[in-house]
Design a protein around this ligand. Sequence first.
Ligand code: HEC
Length: 169
Amino acid sequence: MKYFVLGAIAAYGLGAVVLFSSASLGLLPVQADVAPSRLEAGLLGFALRASAARHAPKHDNPMTTSEENLIAGARIYRQMCSRCHGVSKESGSPYGDSFYPPAPHLPTSRTSYTDSEMFWVVKHGIRNTAMPAWGTLLSDDDIWQVVTLVRKFDSLPDSATLELMGHHH
Ligand code: HEC
């Protein structure tokens, strides 16, 4: 047991030294224009999902999927989110693609977060990525409305689609 513990400490210590040396020699990738490595994306994604699940509000989305809420969500999405996440199935987002990690194209990517987890992610942002924390700019109701919109991207009423495209009525 003693040797196992000592061995484990030595192994972790060696790992830390290798990591620190690689970092100080400039060997770790820091640029944004290469695809995330599987290990990096996997590890960070894993931590992020666990954290979102842990911190998300314990209740469901309080917004109904009424036309009114979807239009309000569409207005917020167009103004605050579309430039990174894309606005329709057909639209790409070269801007969103230029980040590391890239911004997922929400009209098609179908997030695997629950509404409550998405609420938490949008409110608090994702550290070390381009995803901002919206809690200072949007009220909780605003955030629930935009979450409702993202959830329903596949089956929006025309009125909400028009609002997404910036056609007011
Ligand atoms: C400046 C660019 C930018 C803006 C503006 C932005 N995001 Fe993001 N967002 C990102 C990036 C980059 C990621 C990916 C982060 C990652 O992979 O860890 C992300 C991730 C997300 C995710 C997680 C998706 C998933 O399934 O992994 C959600 C949900 C989200 N954003 C919603 C929004 C909403 C809603 C808005 C508007 C209120 C918004 N974002 C505005 C860049 C942006």
